[in-house]
Design a binder for this molecule. Structure first.
Ligand SMILES: Nc1ncnc2c1ncn2[C@@H]1O[C@H](COP(=O)(O)OP(=O)(O)OP(=O)(O)O)[C@@H](O)[C@H]1O
Length: 634
């Protein structure tokens, strides 16, 4: 029996919602396709559940018709009866509308959109791009009649008998003039690839205006003279193309995935042609559902430009990249996909931040990452060391950001040393702490500090290389924020001479005060601190040290662009065992040559730690020439 035409308005709430949808989600309009296609997939799932034995091929087809200015999303799912349309469409499926409005009022402007924009809009998001929407649907259940629903504004509708012959639903969008870019097939393909690339049923893209193209088709079994298959040219309209992969790798059992598959997936999804170092396949069913693959990428540049990408999916439907409420911040340096079908994504960001379920997910991921690092460290130490340079920034950043992560991985944190080998902090302590006054000596520039490094390595003290941007923060973390028993002090090779001292009788009688006066006068530095020490290497004349904390403070303020003057905190350490120092102590402090020699000692000591400034170099070269001339003319 033909259905009587019925008119009405969608619901009271809808009148409030339509302007909100249009206003707030302006920047994220393309999600309408995701909403419509995922509804279509849901409809197929429902059909499958009710007809488990059906062998019908199921798919969703998105047809772009630029000429008619329409996009149609068509599925072979359960369809809707007229009553269901009234119930699910007319009464605004969008549950808790008033609540939603309230949440929006409380959100900060920059937080509006995003997650809310990603889920919870449902069917009505199609009105962001359409000035008329039609539904042609036929329910697979009972003896239902096809139904036609049409609405021009999302607020009032007309319901009448429809045209669909097979069960399923067509959602026909009449695209507005402003949104006509969605009538370009490439644009729709791009949006479908992004949001629907891994949905559960085949999603086909069809160009309704596609012109026939010439194709070579085989002619039976006929062969050409040269024995090749005979073909003829035929005009063919391009067929709809499937845009998605319905069985993404992350849903497979880890034991069934091959290394090559992981790599291929990585190349494809992240457009990174390098292989990843290693990966973690997350596969949890209980107490929550979480699947995914996290890749540790090879570092391209230094830490500063290292950016990861974690794609969040909810039941194979893409939500967004790098949602920091769900994924621990430091994991954003990795690349990967995470699929949590039960995520409460239709809520505000601030809610997500405090949600216990979300916290559990994030804790679980962190633990899995720590487990992987520890297991590599414990069972494949050599391989792990090979990865260390690439993963160090990530691990160190993770330690600083999340103390629980630090607790889990602290025994897998390595120190790279100047000899190219790696130690854990415990190993470094065991090998060096008796000689270093319980400090880890490090260099942040192996080339420039080569001479200072050698002083330590010659004495059998290992020197760590701490030369990435994160290292400054990491060392401070290890010194102050870690637990008491984990704390370690770091000192740059030119920070002090605690590791270089050696008891001896040589030069014990030298007058330290007199030498200080001599050097201060010669260098014109009234406040220079001069110390007299007995250093292990008697050939070493002097060293210039710079207090570790003051130097770091200076570096930090330079980094943050503060340029108020911070006084130098250099100390000149003279080696009383060295014969040059002993001879200088005997010389006339007023003599010009004595002064020149003092300056030369100071410059040489400084140069061992870092290059001199331009003017200082000029003075040094000039003085060197004079001293040479004096030597040869003697
Ligand atoms: N293609 C379709 N086939 C059958 N039923 C549909 C289809 N599209 C929408 N519906 C019905 O309309 C309802 C409302 O859809 P809507 O997208 O607004 O909300 P939802 O899918 O329930 O939730 P969400 O807000 O997460 O999208 C659906 O629950 C479903 O019953």
């Amino acid at each position: 029996m033909a259905m009587k035409k019925e008119k009405g308005s969608v619901s009271i709430d809808a009148q409030n919602i339509m302007p909100v949808i249009k206003r707030w989600l302006y920047s994220d309009k393309d999600i309408f396709l995701r909403e419509a296609v995922s509804n279509a997939c849901d409809a197929i799932t429902k059909f499958r559940m009710l007809h488990p034995d059906s062998e019908e091929a199921m798919s969703v087809t998105v047809t772009v018709d630029k000429e008619k200015k329409q996009i149609t999303i068509s599925d072979t799912g359960i369809g809707m009866t007229a009553d269901e349309v009234r119930k699910y469409i007319n009464q605004v499926a969008f549950s808790g509308a008033a609540e939603f409005m309230k949440q929006f009022e409380n959100e900060k402007p920059e937080e509006k959109g995003d997650i809310i924009g990603h889920f919870g809009l449902g069917f009505y998001s199609v009105f962001m791009v359409s000035d008329k929407v039609e539904i042609q649907t036929l329910s697979s259940e009972g003896e239902a009649d096809p139904v036609h629903w049409v609405s021009e504004d999302g607020m009032s509708f007309e319901l009448s008998g429809g045209k669909r012959k097979a069960h399923g639903t067509d959602i026909i969008l009449h695209i507005t003039e402003e949104e006509k870019e969605f009538l370009d097939v490439w644009k729709v393909r791009e949006v479908l690839n992004r949001y629907c690339g891994y949905m559960t049923y085949p999603v086909m893209l069809e160009d309704a205006n596609a012109k026939p193209v010439e194709k070579d088709v085989p002619v039976g079994d006929e062969k050409n003279e040269d024995g090749t298959q005979k073909t003829e040219k035929v005009l063919e309209v391009p067929k709809p193309q499937q845009i998605n992969d319905t069985a993404p790798l992350w849903l497979k059992k880890p034991s069934e995935c091959k290394d090559e598959e992981y790599k291929e997936f990585y190349h494809k999804v992240f457009m990174d042609f390098d292989d990843p170092l290693f990966w973690i396949h997350l596969n949890v069913d209980y107490p929550f559902n979480l699947k995914g693959i996290l890749y540790f990428p090879k570092l391209k540049n230094d830490f500063g430009t290292h950016e990861g990408q974690i794609k969040l999916f909810a039941g194979q439907v893409f939500v967004a990249d790098n949602i920091k409420e769900v994924i621990p911040e430091f994991l954003m340096l990795l690349k990967g996909v995470i699929d949590c079908p039960d995520l409460p994504l239709n809520v505000s960001r601030s809610f997500l931040q405090n949600d216990g379920y979300v916290k559990k997910i994030s804790t679980h991921i962190t633990k899995k990452v720590a487990d992987k690092l520890n297991s590599l460290m414990n069972t494949e130490r050599e391989t792990y060391e090979g990865y260390w340079d690439d993963i160090a920034p990530f691990v160190k950043y993770g330690c600083i950001k999340d103390s629980k992560f630090f607790d889990m991985v602290k025994d897998s944190v390595l120190l790279k040393k100047t000899d190219g080998k790696y130690s854990t902090i415990a190993e470094y302590k065991a090998a060096n702490f008796d000689k270093t006054d319980k400090k880890v000596y490090y260099t942040n520039d192996e080339k420039r500090q080569a001479a200072s490094v050698k002083l330590y390595t010659d004495r059998g003290i290992e020197v760590a290389v701490m030369n990435t941007i994160i290292d400054g923060n990491f060392m401070s973390f290890m010194e102050y924020q870690g637990k008491e028993e984990d704390r370690v002090t770091f000192a740059r090779v030119d920070a002090d001479i605690d590791g270089l001292k050696e008891e001896s009788e040589e030069g014990k009688d030298l007058d330290a005060g007199k030498l200080q006066t001599l050097f201060r006068g010669a260098l014109g530095k009234e406040n220079l601190e001069v110390k007299l020490e007995s250093l292990g290497d008697a050939d070493m004349t002097a060293m210039v040290t710079e207090d570790e904390q003051m130097r770091r403070y200076k570096e930090m303020s330079r980094l943050y662009g503060q340029n108020f003057p911070i006084p130098d905190s250099f100390t000149l350490v003279l080696n009383r065992r060295n014969t040059t120092v002993q001879a200088l102590a005997q010389r006339d402090p007023e003599d010009e040559t004595t002064k020149m020699l003092c300056c030369q000692v100071y410059d040489l000591a400084r140069m061992a730690a870092q290059p001199l400034e331009a003017e200082e170099i000029t003075a040094f070269l000039d003085r060197s020439r004079k001293l040479l001339a004096m030597m040869v003319n003697k």
